[in-house]
Write a protein that binds this ligand. Structure first.
Ligand SMILES: [Zn+2]
Ligand SMILES: [Zn+2]
Length: 328
């Protein structure tokens, strides 16, 4: 069994002895029926070549799996001449035996870096360009445990609530005043001189993965993405910004320039504390949110939207109809 090293931040550490890039195959012994696993090193194999060269000796019974081997005498339900390595039936058996073990990436096995078990490739999540099999280091069981440790308080309920909050905030932002206009990307690139506003790095409009349009005033505070509220940032700069309030991310000088470029209200941008957008249509958002097909969903959504309205002090903005619908 692999050696276990000191506990890290999550309390689940990686096994140093496990070579994550190694590729394994697994097969069931034709003679004794036990399951064996073989480390193939790092290269993916070709089934035809494998069938011509492989000699896999079962560590339990010593039977050799090779294209030159007769099938076991114990296979009495097969005619004797068909069990002979000289027969086409036997040849076909072996070529398929080896081919199935390596026919695609999912056919291989791999050792988990945290539990040390050797498992089928399907027990690992996809990870582009990570090792020849493009699989994560940890099996899905271990990964789930690691994630649970990293996020101990994130229960399903809390997750639901956070999602509801974000969705409702987005709805309010989308339905706010002034969002009728469609965002003109060409215009934004022109106004920001095709550069990241924060870092000054030139950006290529065609490479849409390299830049983002920042909500200067975040949708978390119900601001829509409009011409006045859009800032061109590189992807990494925007990842730093996320839902932060404008003055929390942009310097005072940057805010001045930003309001010159966008025409946004400088006093609002410069506010040291977040200010919620009040030009919103709460009733439209409530109606959109409650527009579901399924009644179980509806009951949940009513309680979610009710809590949201209370938390954000928006009861006064509700129509009488929506007030009674939500039980206020
Ligand atoms: Zn065996
Ligand atoms: Zn594992």
């Amino acid at each position: 069994m692999a050696r276990r090293i000191s506990i890290n931040r999550t309390g689940i550490s990686r096994l140093q002895d496990v070579k994550s890039n190694d590729i394994w195959v697994s097969y069931t012994c034709v003679n004794c029926g036990r399951i064996n696993q073989i480390n193939l090193g790092q290269e993916l194999l070709n089934g035809k070549m494998l069938s011509e060269t492989a000699e896999w000796e079962c560590p339990h019974c010593g039977y050799i799996h090779a294209i030159t081997s007769d099938l076991p005498d114990t296979w009495e339900n097969w005619d004797e001449e068909l069990r002979s390595a000289d027969s086409l039936a036997c040849y076909r058996f072996w070529t398929n035996f080896f081919n199935i073990a390596v026919e695609n990436k999912e056919a291989y096995w791999k050792q988990c870096k945290t539990c040390g078990r050797i498992l089928p490739a399907s027990h690992f999540s996809f990870h582009a360009k990570w090792s020849r099999l493009e699989k994560q280091l940890e099996c899905r069981c271990c990964k789930a445990s690691i994630n649970a440790v990293g996020n101990p308080k994130r229960t399903t309920e809390q997750h639901r609530e956070a999602t509801a909050k974000r969705r409702l905030g987005d709805l309010l932002a989308k339905l706010a005043d002034g969002v009728d206009e469609k965002l003109d990307i060409d215009d934004i690139f022109e106004r920001f001189d095709s550069k990241c506003f924060k870092t000054g790095i030139p950006l290529d409009k065609a490479d849409t993965s390299s830049w983002h349009i920042d909500h200067i005033l975040p949708s978390k505070y119900f601001y829509p993405l409009t011409k006045e509220n859009a800032c061109l940032l590189s992807k990494s700069a925007n990842e730093n910004k996320k839902a932060r309030w404008a003055s929390d991310f942009y310097s005072p000088q940057e805010l001045v320039r930003l309001s010159e470029i966008t025409g946004a209200n400088l006093a609002l941008l410069s506010s040291p504390v977040p200010i919620y957008n009040t030009n919103i249509d709460v009733n439209a958002a409530v109606e959109k949110y409650l527009n579901v097909r399924n009644n179980t969903d509806l009951a949940k959504r009513i309680s979610e939207v009710k809590r949201f309205i209370e938390d954000n002090d928006l009861i006064d903005k509700l129509s009488d109809g929506n007030k009674s619908r939500l039980g206020f």
